[in-house]
Design a protein around this ligand. Structure first.
Ligand SMILES: [Zn+2]
Length: 149
């Protein structure tokens, strides 16, 4: 996810001398850096927890680095769970960035439930029609949880 380094977060814009207000657009408390926005912010944490819960994973990340290292070690197998984690992680980052821009540019805010629903829809859309081994109990459970038909 190298593109994360290039996102114009307030932290990055501030280093370029472009913004003064560094507060996170989502929680208003932390400073908007890449790590805060996507990993430490309470809204990001709630969404990550929801994704891990729905995937039946006990892992709890504490930073971008721990998640990244864990993902590299874990996501080698070509299982449905691996696909789900990759797609849902990307969907989470996209959804948070979209929400942040919506709040800045349109002055509208979505709830965590609405954001998670958007993530679920993205995941369902990406996996619809993919060949999935439906005899595998883990897969059956994942398909039910994510609403993959
Ligand atoms: Zn925040």
């Amino acid at each position: 996810m190298a593109f994360l380094d290039r996102l114009p977060t307030k932290g990055r814009l501030n280093r370029m001398g472009l913004v003064n207000d560094l507060h996170c657009t989502l929680c208003g408390v932390g400073f908007e850096t890449r790590n805060h926005l996507f990993f430490e912010c309470p809204i990001a944490t709630a969404l990550w927890s929801a994704i891990f819960d729905i995937n039946g994973i006990r892992f709890r990340h504490t930073s971008w680095e721990t998640l990244y290292n864990w993902a590299i070690a874990t996501w080698k197998r070509k299982s449905l769970l691996t696909s789900l984690m990759k797609i849902s992680s990307n969907a989470l980052i996209y959804t948070i960035w979209k929400e942040r821009n919506k709040r800045i540019f349109q002055g509208q805010a979505s709830t965590i439930d609405v954001m998670f629903k958007a993530i679920k829809e993205t995941v369902g859309f990406h996996l619809r029609g993919r060949p999935i081994n439906r005899f595998d109990t883990v897969n059956i459970n994942l398909c039910n949880q994510w609403g993959i038909i």
